[in-house]
Ligand binder design. Sequence first.
Ligand code: NCD
Length: 420
Amino acid sequence: MSGFLLKGVSVVGGAPTDLVIRDGVISADKSGAEVIDAAGLVALPGLVDLHTHLREPGREDAETVETGSRAAALGGYTAVCAMANTSPVADTAGVVEQVWRLGREAGLVDVQPIGAVTVGLAGKQLAEVGAMATSAANVRIFSDDGFCVADPRLMRRALEYVKAFDGIIAQHAEEPRLTEGAQMHEGEVSTRLGLTGWPAVAEEAIIARDVLLAEHVGSRLHVCHVSTAGSVEVLRQAKARGVRVTAEVTPHHLLLTDELAASYDPVFKVNPPLRTSSDVAALREALVEGVIDVVATDHAPHAVEDKECEWAYARPGMLGLETALSIVISVLGERWDLIADRMSRTPARIAGLAGHGTDLAVGSPANLTLVDPSARRVVDPAELASRSRNTPYSGTTLPGRIVATFLRGEPTVLDGKAVK
Ligand SMILES: NC(=O)N[C@@H](CC(=O)O)C(=O)O
């Protein structure tokens, strides 16, 4: 027996066909392959996440590269970009190589480390960007995510520095002077609840500044977790002018609103905060139009003691990898080509991940996921592969189920279960 034959599968929503996976690639040779009845199932190029927090090194009680990789595979991902806000921070060649090596050892998804922009994410001096770029981890995206690169001179320097190798600065857009003590979106609900607000303009002002800086330098900017209608307008104008900017939206910002903070349940505390229903509508439209390029999870696992406490003391962040595709299906419907584009092809292209996000044609690397769109599941935090439990969807019924995921032809998930 060698390889797999996905019988009657719909490739990205197309008419039923047979797809053979053999020797790491999509093949035309059906002989001796193990047959998987894939009638009614949809094959997508393996999902690619530009924004994952894996917490290793430093907070292995919340997630490890291995547990996060397993969560990713179960969510249909074949590659994830690991954020730099670990402990120690991924601001040296040594740390990014460690994360990259742990990813290879786990062998469940390709783990591409993101490097910090500034030493210790402190926003004072540039990190060893060149050393990380030329390390074995081959870092191309740099981000202080969790913190904004607030100093405009440093942001300009960073953009200039990465231009030499066509790298990207991924900005966490949050003007810190406008969000001191902020607990949730600034608006009607924050006033009612008496919680300090995080105004939309704190995000929009940084994006406006940074698209101008990126235009001035001629460098590539990526905007993390866009959350407001105003940000969409800034991006729309910048793209129309030809600025080299890309942007992501999280599944939760496409679905959830600030009204959920009224529960005072910290599972809904996230940075940037959940916004209003008109922001949600603008983000959905922008994603469909392509003003927002990709869906990225901002998977942010947190230990119980950091989440199950008073709202003000809870860490911001929610799990994302194991529910992202279901949320996107519930938001966009079964628009498979659009989903493949926003969750696989475009993020793979932005991150420069060769072999990911490619068409499932004969000869292509077999990085793919198999989805049952007719399945429904009730989210049970206890069943998640992530080491943390902070999903906002506990008890919610979601559409779609990942049946199998293949990384270079090897199954990482079969029958909805992790293979290792
Ligand atoms: N997105 C989040 O709410 N949390 C992120 C960092 C951050 O952006 O604050 C985390 O690392 O937990």
